[in-house]
Design a protein around this ligand. Structure first.
Ligand code: SAH
Ligand code: SF4
Length: 350
């Protein structure tokens, strides 16, 4: 911003004024930025614009979860979800339109890959959600979003440069000022990029494990063939040295008869003992032709107990926003289903 101001012959300190208007007051029209010198405002009007993705659909669930479908041009849509809780508000945002990685149980993976989001489109989701929530509900006395999770569409670490730039803006005190602990990147396990993130911008890390051994993980999370569990655990241990939390969160989707047996829970303990971690069990959210079913509640409880008995802190993710398809893994919604695997599945069904 300072560079931008200087480029057009204005003093660099004006950048901070501008940042305050945009990121503290959520003003996007330069005309309304009353204490900014007229000549700078003129430059802004002719050279710049505050642009965010556009809201296409805005859904409010009975439990307060709010889902927005956002238009990012050329018929591309992404989704973001706001999950209010007692003492925090979490925003789940997207990093890509689609995903290249094709995890077999994931609706986004089935969609195929369209494109990376720019850093502006990533941070624009946070700006837009804060702005919307503040303007719709005057009761908020501060920013409603306290936590950000990169758990929407896409694999954040395959859009690395734009991700890191967006993370820096989330953390910057002149911008969103979130603490590193409250920003979480979720990854399917790209080992070299985990190492890069450790150096460039270590925020909280969640790793999508989903299987207790390579044989099964190769199927569910195909990137495992390139970066198997052993390499992934080593990367997690390296990451912890610089992470804002002293544990890694392992996400584990509960797929009936696939990865939810008590023997598999016991196998998982061996992995968990190699790295400081917590487990978050995610009930699978089914979608058409997924080929999977969610484990029964009883099975999930027993699976959790095996881990807890081994002193591994384990939570089960509450399913929120089910009535509006905002549940985890359904972010892609009714998008076109483009991957070869699904075409094959469809053929099998027909
Ligand atoms: N690409 C990243 C982040 C986005 S997905 C990753 O894979 O970690 C966020 C989480 O939702 C991941 O743990 C992912 O495995 C999980 N997920 C995907 N599809 C799901 C589904 N249908 N039901 C439940 N969880 C799902
Ligand atoms: Fe991509 Fe994550 Fe879905 Fe795998 S689970 S296909 S990495 S979005």
């Amino acid at each position: 911003m300072a560079e931008f101001a200087c480029k057009f012959g204005h003093k660099s300190y004006r950048a901070n004024q501008l940042l305050r208007w945009i990121y503290k007051d959520y003003v996007s029209h330069f005309d309304e930025m009353s204490d900014i010198a007229k000549d700078f405002r003129q430059t802004l009007l002719s050279q710049a614009a505050v642009v965010t993705p556009e809201i296409k659909v805005d859904h409010l669930s009975d439990d307060g979860t709010r889902k927005w479908l956002l238009d990012v041009g050329a018929s591309n849509s992404i989704e973001m979800v706001f999950i209010p809780e007692d003492k925090r508000g979490t925003l789940c945002i997207s990093s890509q339109v689609g995903c290249t990685l094709e995890c077999t149980f994931c609706a986004t993976g089935r969609q195929g890959f369209n494109r990376n989001l720019s850093s502006g489109e990533i941070i624009g989701q946070l700006w837009l959600a804060n702005h919307k929530l503040l303007s719709d509900n005057q009761n908020y006395n501060e920013k409603p979003i306290t936590n950000v999770v990169m758990m929407g569409m896409g694999e954040p670490l395959t859009n690395y440069k734009n991700l890191v730039h967006a993370l820096e803006m989330m953390l910057d005190d002149h911008m969103f000022g979130l603490s590193r602990r409250r920003v979480t990147v979720s990854t399917s396990g790209l080992v070299p990029a985990i190492d890069d993130l450790r150096e460039d911008c270590p925020v909280s890390l969640a790793v999508s494990l989903h299987a207790p051994n390579d044989l099964l993980r190769n199927v569910l999370v195909p990137i495992n063939k390139k970066y198997p569990i052993k390499a992934l655990i080593s990367a997690c241990n390296r990451y912890i040295e610089k992470a804002p939390r002293d544990f890694i969160t392992f996400e584990y989707v509960m797929l009936s008869g696939v990865n939810d047996s008590l023997d598999q829970a016991k196998e998982l303990i061996k992995i968990a003992q190699q790295v400081p971690c917590k487990f978050n069990l995610i009930p699978f959210n089914p979608f058409p032709n997924s080929g999977y079913l969610c484990s029964a509640n009883k099975e999930i409880k027993q699976f959790k107990q095996v881990l807890m008995d081994a002193n591994i802190i384990t939570t089960v993710r509450k399913t929120r926003g089910d009535d509006i398809d905002a549940a985890c893994g359904q972010l892609a919604g009714q998008v076109n289903d483009k991957t070869k695997r699904t075409l094959k599945l469809k053929a099998a069904h027909d």
